[in-house]
Ligand binder design. Structure first.
Ligand code: ZN
Length: 152
């Protein structure tokens, strides 16, 4: 199976069986985002303990790419620190804006795991906003938490 087919399978799988797809009643931070170009809507819920994303869930509606991206994101970031999550955000952003594969080193590629499934989206400019919606929404939620931390 070629990489592209594998990635497509992964996106469909996460769309049909989204992980961590539920509201969170004890969320410490939430943010919502939408992508009017496609009609995607997402709500991200975080439960942050210290600087760890103890729980991360989402709810939303929209196209397969937007929902799968959110699902992949929650799976990848759960249990990570805020700092790590922001680093992953940057890498996903680079990947979605079409960074040449040679510029992503193997170490990064391994660290990204299933998130590499999103790399194929870079070929479809219309879909980039769909895939990045979850990440921008996460960043809004995290921004709030960072401000809270800095006032401690
Ligand atoms: Zn979309």
């Amino acid at each position: 199976m070629r990489d592209n087919e594998l990635y497509q399978e992964m996106i469909l799988d996460h769309y049909k069986n989204p992980r961590n797809c539920c509201t969170m009643h004890d969320a410490t931070h939430t943010a919502s985002g939408d992508n009017p170009l496609c009609g995607d809507q997402l709500e991200i819920y975080l439960n942050i303990d210290g600087d760890i994303l103890k729980e991360i869930t989402f709810q939303g509606s929209g196209c397969a790419v937007s929902q799968a991206s959110a699902s992949l994101m929650t799976e990848h970031l759960k249990g990570r620190t805020i700092e790590e999550s922001l680093q992953v955000f940057d890498k996903v952003h680079m990947m979605l804006t079409g960074l040449h594969p040679d510029e992503i080193n193997t170490e990064d590629e391994n660290a990204m795991g299933k998130l590499n499934a999103l790399s194929g989206v870079a070929e479809f400019p219309m879909r980039v906003k769909c895939a990045s919606l979850a990440w921008h929404t996460l960043k809004s939620a995290l921004k709030e938490s960072r401000e809270n931390i800095s006032t401690e």
